[in-house]
Design a protein around this ligand. Structure first.
Ligand code: SAH
Ligand code: SF4
Length: 342
């Protein structure tokens, strides 16, 4: 069977077309049909000669994600369960704002191999990596459903983006391309659980993509318990890679910290976080933990959150508390796919 067109990066496709003797403007035309106009059959590509369309049809399977389930929250956000051509499903969220922005929370893998104890996605393991075009398809579906352009992207759905680095970067470049989705690099945020090799590589990319790091604990023994796959990505080495990241790019990144009662919210955890953040070009995002069925962790109380916020602010560390959206439609990471699997 032919390989899906959406499994290639822009560069790979350009090379393949060149080898096949096709002029480079044809690659641009086809990419625009697929990623700017969201067309999913070759027949619809009216400016491509018929014989070439047939040739393409034999060489590259053209696929499109379909909506398996769609849930609308009272706050306007929409959560989708999307199905790819081989039956694999992922979740995607569309988050509209009053000022006209439309943010998509995108998955980078189906499932996740990292097994963080507080995360529903991690509980079921990795199914497979997503191809570049499958990451982008999520934007196309949300854009089509809302009838407006996607302005912002957060790679915070299922999966660990830096465990699928090349496909992720290929997808980000399609999103960022001025003739394709034209989303500003600074409006695209990648969240990693802290894969150091990925952070190092990301620091060297020419685009100004935004970085977020799921820290969740600044004490090694606590982090080892809740994020077991990070035991070989030590906090000290992570900090060094982030120092390098901001000196190489001049950019600030954020730390995500989900406060869990009695797990990572003691005073010594706060002290460790303050010490960790000192002199870093970071921003701390305190996240209310989403409760997941069958998991023992509970979110910290509002007073604790307030106390942490005040203490960090007093230390001059930029901090915010993330508002949870879509709680009524299983807003938390991994919850929808999980609920359906039963
Ligand atoms: N794998 C990447 C990106 C996907 S998860 C990462 O871990 O960064 C997106 C964010 O949701 C991460 O910060 C993750 O730690 C957080 N998250 C996972 N489960 C959560 C839960 N139950 N409550 C709140 N945040 C959660
Ligand atoms: Fe994977 Fe991120 Fe969930 Fe950890 S928090 S299991 S890295 S998706």
């Amino acid at each position: 069977m032919s390989k899906p067109l959406k499994s290639y990066s822009i560069e790979e496709l350009s090379n393949l077309f060149k080898e096949a003797g096709l002029p480079s403007f044809r690659v641009n035309q086809i990419l625009e049909w697929v990623y700017a106009k969201g067309v999913n059959t070759y027949e619809d590509m009216t400016n491509i000669p018929k014989t070439m369309r047939e040739q393409l049809g034999f060489a590259y399977l053209l696929t499109m994600a379909t909506i398996d389930e769609r849930l609308v929250s009272v706050d306007g956000s929409r959560k989708y369960l999307l199905r790819f051509h081989d039956g694999v499903v992922v979740e995607t969220v569309g988050l509209p704002s009053k000022d006209g922005r439309l943010t998509v929370c995108c998955s980078s893998q189906a499932g996740c191999a990292m097994g963080c104890s507080f995360c529903a996605t991690g509980r079921n393991g990795l199914v497979r990596d997503l191809a570049p075009g499958e990451i982008v398809d999520q934007l196309l579906v949300v854009q089509d459903d809302f009838g407006t352009r996607v302005t912002n992207v957060v790679i915070m759905g299922q999966g660990e983006p830096f465990a699928n680095y090349d496909n992720l970067l290929a997808a980000l470049r399609i999103m960022n391309h001025p003739k394709l989705l034209n989303i500003g690099a600074r409006h695209i945020t990648v969240s990693t659980c802290g894969l150091i090799a990925g952070i190092e590589k990301f620091a060297g990319e020419p685009e100004q993509f935004t970085l977020a790091v799921s820290l969740h604990a600044a004490r090694q023994e606590v982090r080892d318990t809740i994020m077991p796959a990070m035991q070989n990505q030590r906090l000290g080495a992570l900090r060094q890679s982030l120092e390098h990241y901001s000196s190489a790019t001049g950019r600030r990144y954020s730390f995500e910290y989900a406060l869990m009662k009695g797990v990572n919210d003691a005073e010594e955890d706060l002290d460790a976080l303050i010490t960790y953040c000192r002199r870093l070009l970071c921003h701390v995002n305190l996240i209310p933990l989403n409760e997941i069925e069958g998991m023992p962790m509970l979110p910290s109380g509002q007073e604790t959150t307030r106390m942490w916020f005040d203490a960090l602010e007093e230390e001059g560390i930029p901090v915010s508390v993330r508002r949870s959206r879509g709680a009524d439609i299983f807003g938390a990471c991994g919850q929808l796919a999980n609920a359906r699997r039963g």
